[in-house]
Design a protein around this ligand. Structure first.
Ligand SMILES: Nc1ncnc2c1ncn2[C@@H]1O[C@H](COP(=O)(O)OP(=O)(O)O)[C@@H](O)[C@H]1O
Ligand SMILES: [Mg+2]
Length: 268
């Protein structure tokens, strides 16, 4: 990137992880992770189960303390934050995990309004306006007065997303938000991630096993392997990479995919 003067333009780094190490009982889960997420970018972390993706994410959220290395979020060292600074930082994070954790006894509207009522002094009128707008964004205007139990899995995910983003976080973290979901719901969640990028302009770090979607949504793909980021780059460079781990990962994915698509026994 360069501006008209030919000087390189430095994009702000929203997340910056340097040489991060973490062991559990002598077992190294992170072995020197380096990762940057520039402001406004969507970075997707790929890697087989157990490679350290969730442990890395938990360091970014300040839920785990590293043995060595640093995590900066918007320039602030997460390890140096006290409880109140951590809470302040987490206000700027929208976090989507596998579980929705919606309040079953609250309507969709009240679920989404919850963070506004808890965390802000907005008058009820403005809360209504904000919630209705957000429900519109995720295509749930018609479901505002329904309860989570009355919704499909995909709709519940969208409510969870609306609630996680109602405070307009600058950073969105997704850890395998489509785990255990059927293909239709998975597609709905992937749509949500794309919507978030477009509508909120948020910086996103996404962990997903859905490699096809990863290629579609990422500005940068990063492959984690045995506690390190072994390769990262734009999707095109990834697809054509000669890096042995990247090639092995993509080969495995293609093999699994064609196996899943094979016709059932006896139909050949
Ligand atoms: N709280 C913990 N205590 C002990 N070991 C852990 C803990 N969290 C993760 N691990 C281990 O760290 C490694 C990386 O785990 P994780 O980051 O969850 O992998 P994934 O890439 O599947 O998200 C695994 O070997 C896992 O068993
Ligand atoms: Mg994980």
């Amino acid at each position: 990137m360069s501006d008209t003067s030919g000087e390189p333009v430095l994009r702000k780094l929203t997340i910056e992880v340097r040489d991060l190490h973490k062991s559990f009982g002598g077992q190294e889960a992170l072995r020197g992770v380096d990762l940057v997420v520039p402001e406004g970018a969507t970075v997707v972390l790929l890697g087989i189960s157990g490679s350290g993706k969730s442990v890395l994410m938990k360091h970014i959220m300040g839920l785990l303390r590293s043995d060595r290395g640093t995590v900066l979020v918007e320039g602030q060292d997460v390890a140096q934050m006290d409880e109140s600074a951590l809470n302040q930082m987490r206000r700027n994070l929208g976090i989507l995990f596998q579980a929705n954790a919606l309040f079953d006894s609250l309507t969709v509207f009240d679920n989404v309004a919850f963070p506004l009522r808890e965390r802000t002094d907005l008058p009820e009128e403005q809360i209504h306006e904000t919630v209705n707008k957000t429900l519109g964004m995720v295509g749930l205007s018609h479901a505002a007065q329904r309860f989570p139990g009355e919704l499909s899995g995909g709709m519940q995910k969208r409510v969870g997303f609306a609630r996680a983003t109602i405070l307009r976080p600058r950073i969105l973290l997704y850890d395998d938000p489509t785990a255990g979901l059927d293909p239709l719901t998975t597609a709905a969640v992937n749509d949500i991630i794309m919507t978030a990028k477009k509508e909120l302009g948020a910086t996103s770090l996404v962990i997903t096993p859905d490699v096809a979607s990863a290629f579609g949504m990422a500005d940068t793909l990063a492959l984690m392997h045995e506690g390190r980021i072994v390769a990262s780059g734009p999707p095109d460079s990834f697809r054509e990479s000669h890096h042995p781990e990247v090639k092995a990962f993509l080969r495995n994915w293609l093999a699994r995919r064609s196996k899943n698509r094979a016709p059932p026994e006896g139909t050949k």
